[in-house]
Write a protein that binds this ligand. Structure first.
Ligand SMILES: NC(=O)c1ccc[n+]([C@@H]2O[C@H](COP(=O)([O-])OP(=O)(O)OC[C@H]3O[C@@H](n4cnc5c(N)ncnc54)[C@H](OP(=O)(O)O)[C@@H]3O)[C@@H](O)[C@H]2O)c1
Length: 259
């Protein structure tokens, strides 16, 4: 066996179909690109059409198979409708990545019901609704991979974590519950835990050079995260190689959480 056949047996996603929410920006976009690069057909789901089109153009221009669905995951009905449209593109998914997220963080004493509800709807309820829709089918077919993107704020308070940290803590609990439900039938469910990653999500912080440098100094690697840092971990968790890894939270944070 050649080394490339060996690596393909572990990591190739040829023949797999993936749905990546938030796949038009930041971490989700890098993961969509990684999964497509490893051979998966990828459907990216988000609201803004221009970013979706740009993402899919880039992927198809590189010879990958990709499509987009414009949808708002900010309500259960929206998430359910998005799931049906996304599954209609290349068929039922083998891989679901929940990267769509919002970071609305007024101080907790000023946090309104609307902020709380919007945060929970996108960061927590959409991953549940999509998992509920796709998990049982994955289990019936005997293979599935669900990957959530949580945050170091699931584990510690950080710059007014407010509802955001709560939603991410619950998301990691959701991953464990989903793992318990479907892992006996070949579906693994895991969470990638970013530290501080330079994406549009945290434009406010990342446009302040002093704070960016201070955060980089809190890592062990000596720099802040980049979206592409998630490519390898995502392919691993989406592939055959991770069949015995489930219910876990994998920190991709340059050592931020252990420094
Ligand atoms: N960047 C960091 O430092 C960091 C740290 C910890 C955790 N995370 C987590 O990592 C994930 C990705 O974040 P990112 O930094 O890559 O952010 P990003 O660049 O802002 O991307 C967020 C994505 O979610 C989509 N989205 C937001 N609201 C949506 C909605 N209602 N319906 C459908 N799609 C929606 C956005 O597209 P549209 O706006 O077009 O809908 C976009 O594609 C998030 O879950 C975030 O909480 C990020």
């Amino acid at each position: 066996m050649t080394s490339s056949d060996y690596l393909s047996g572990l990591f190739s996603l040829e023949g797999r179909t993936a749905i990546v929410t938030g796949g038009s920006s930041g971490i989700g976009r890098a993961i969509a690109s990684a999964l497509a690069g490893a051979g998966a057909r990828v459907v990216v789901v988000a609201r803004r059409e221009a970013e979706l089109v740009a993402t899919v153009d880039e992927l198809t221009g590189a010879g990958r198979t990709a499509a987009w669905v414009a949808a708002d995951l900010g309500s259960r009905a929206g998430a359910r409708a998005a799931a049906e449209v996304a599954a209609g593109v290349f068929g039922e998914p083998d891989i679901l990545v929940n990267s769509a997220g919002v970071n609305i963080r007024p101080p907790l004493g000023e946090l309104g019901d609307d902020d709380w509800d919007a945060t929970m709807a996108i960061n927590l309820e959409a991953p549940h609704v999509l998992g509920r829709r796709f998990g049982p089918g994955m289990a019936e077919r005997g293979f599935g991979r669900i990957i959530h993107i949580s945050s170091q704020q699931a584990h510690r308070a950080f710059v007014q974590s407010g509802a955001y940290g709560v939603s991410k803590g619950a998301l990691e609990s959701l991953a464990r519950s989903q793992a318990e439900a479907w892992s006996p039938l070949g579906v693994t469910v895991n969470t990638l835990v970013p530290g501080f990653v330079m994406t549009p999500l945290n434009e406010r912080l990342s446009s302040d050079p002093e704070r960016v440098a201070a955060l980089a100094a809190r890592t062990m690697v000596g720099r802040n995260g980049l979206a592409d840092d998630f490519a390898g971990a995502a392919v691993f968790l989406a592939s055959a190689a991770s069949a015995y890894v489930t219910g876990q939270a994998l920190f991709v944070d340059g050592g931020f959480s252990v420094h």
